[in-house]
Ligand binder design. Structure first.
Ligand code: ZN
Length: 148
């Protein structure tokens, strides 16, 4: 396992590109997830998306209920109309904090690292972390929510 370097800067091309879905959970993807686990732990982050380590793939890790959960092809299938704002940071944007409105409750589906489809309903901070990481998969950064 390796600690990977984290891509920084809001204008980085890989951070702004929409990622490609993963057709099959291969050994390479499982290895990538292991490296990302080690990287996010080292950086003390709540989540990490593959573009942040330079891979334009639909893979992310999200801290849910204290467990760093790998998600492949994660997508939101439902979100609540009620939202709440909270200040978010990002490993790719050091010293940047932005108040971001997010839905209170979401439903998501994704593949786990065994390739099995999972569906979950998440609220508040758990939902927020996942939405932040899914934004990364779509090339969106917290600075995009900053008031202009
Ligand atoms: Zn981030």
């Amino acid at each position: 396992m390796a600690i990977l370097s984290i891509i920084k800067g809001e204008d980085s091309a890989v951070l702004r590109r929409k990622t490609a879905p993963i057709p099959k959970v291969t050994k390479e993807i499982v290895r990538l997830i292991k490296d990302m686990q080690k990287t996010v732990k080292d950086a003390d982050g709540a989540g990490l998306a593959a573009p942040q380590i330079g891979k334009s793939l639909r893979v992310c890790l999200c801290m849910i209920e204290g467990t760093m959960t790998p998600m492949i092809n994660a997508e939101v299938t439902w979100k609540s109309k009620d939202t709440w704002e909270y200040e978010e940071g990002c490993l790719s944007l050091p010293k940047t904090w932005v108040n971001v409105p997010r839905p209170v409750t979401i439903r998501i589906k994704y593949l786990d690292k065994k390739g099995k489809e999972q569906e979950r309903e998440l609220t508040e901070m758990n939902a927020r972390v996942v939405l932040h990481e899914i934004d990364h998969l779509d090339g969106v950064l917290i600075v995009d929510y900053a008031a202009t």
